[in-house]
Design a protein around this ligand. Structure first.
Ligand SMILES: [Zn+2]
Length: 374
């Protein structure tokens, strides 16, 4: 995956304490050395191969992971993703968890709802902790009349009512980073720029005939409002990664929503470089509504080169995951300064107080992804 690592992760020992007087929120912060000892949960990964590298690095670094199955054409087929998830969970249920998903094939047709609910129930019985919907809803799938199917389409209601009744959380990747609607040269991060350069089919700036960012966000908001008892996990900072103010407005409006940070940390760093205190205050104020997540993806060696997160050579994945997790830890938990390639700048860590880190890194995920009674 796009990576801003391998650069000196400088721990600024004592810096947090020195700055404490000037901070609106104080509290002791962790150090880089604490990384290995604190319980952590990565709420957004994709284990697309049944080798045990993901398990090894998770155990080594003290992480539990939630591997999310997703109806993404560059990932293995859904039944293969499910088999991999079942195998890894059986191998290490203490460290590996998974979320299931469903296919849009036949949506709106006879029996789709029943088939989908049956599939969800079968996966829950096998241990799935949540259900994922992807950006194909809103951006790819069309109805018989040729209109894009939005998440607030009434055709989803019976499935969503099923999830609500059973207290199954929905993880929703809706829309894209706002950069997707900008020309390449106007994007705020290199990881977005390189992704959309490689995937012009997903670069919405080039596709004005597609739904706008605002249209997608409005459909998502109507959906969340329409299902107030559904636990809604907005993947990728609910596609409001460009502004902690916009994200705060969303979280204030929808008490049933939380967000994960997957693949959007560089957007947070971009913002904290512009206004450090504002971003730090956001994390402290919404400490109960944020889940740590990365989008780390381990693909099989033969994965198509078009995969969203480029396949990583066998053996290199553990090193990559470890470096990625440590970089994020330095940023969120300590006041360390590190260079972030994706924003071509150094970023100073937020040094969030220990109790805040404990929630974002573990307790919130444990609250949201409770084991569901089969
Ligand atoms: Zn993902």
């Amino acid at each position: 995956m796009a990576c801003a690592l391998g650069l000196g992760l400088v721990a600024a020992a004592g810096a947090a304490a020195a700055r404490a007087d000037t901070m609106p929120y104080t509290g002791e912060a962790y150090t880089d050395a604490d990384f290995i000892h604190v319980r952590k949960f990565d709420a957004h990964v994709h284990a697309n191969t049944a080798d045990h590298d993901f398990l090894r690095v998770a155990r080594q670094d003290g992480f539990e992971v939630l591997s999310i199955n997703v109806d993404y054409p560059d990932f293995p087929p859904l039944n293969v993703q499910a088999r991999i998830a079942h195998a890894l969970q059986a191998a290490d249920p203490a460290h590996f968890h998974f979320a299931t998903t469903f296919s849009m094939k036949g949506f709106g047709g006879l029996g789709w709802t029943e088939r989908t609910n049956r599939r969800i129930d079968a996966e829950i019985r096998k241990g799935a902790l949540a259900v994922k919907v992807w950006k194909n809803i809103g951006m790819v799938e069309k109805d018989a009349a040729g209109h894009f199917i939005m998440l607030d389409d009434p055709g989803f209601d019976a499935v969503m009512a099923h999830l609500e009744a059973r207290h199954i959380p929905l993880i929703a990747h809706q829309g894209e980073p706002k950069n997707c609607w900008l020309p390449l040269e106007a994007m705020t991060t290199e990881n977005d720029r390189s992704y959309f350069r490689d995937h012009p089919e997903y670069h919405m700036y080039l596709h004005p005939e597609q739904p706008s960012y605002e249209t997608l966000m409005a459909a998502r908001d109507r959906f969340v409002a329409h299902h107030p008892h559904l636990t809604f996990v907005g993947a990728h900072m609910a596609s409001l990664e460009w502004s902690v103010d916009a994200l705060a407005t969303f979280l204030d409006a929808y008490p049933n929503a939380v967000v994960d940070l997957a693949a959007r940390m560089t957007q947070v760093q971009y913002q904290s470089n512009a206004d450090y205190d504002k971003v730090r205050e956001f994390f402290i104020k919404y400490q109960d509504r944020i889940l740590y997540g990365t989008d780390l993806t381990e693909d099989p060696p033969s994965a198509a080169e078009r995969a969203q997160n480029p396949p990583i050579e066998a053996g290199a994945f553990r090193h990559e995951a470890d470096a990625f997790w440590r970089s994020d830890w330095t940023y969120l938990a300590t006041a360390g300064v590190q260079h972030i390639d994706a924003i071509k700048a150094d970023a100073k860590g937020l040094a969030l107080p220990k109790p805040v880190i404990d929630k974002i890194y573990y307790a919130n995920a444990k609250t949201v992804f409770k084991r569901i009674a089969p």
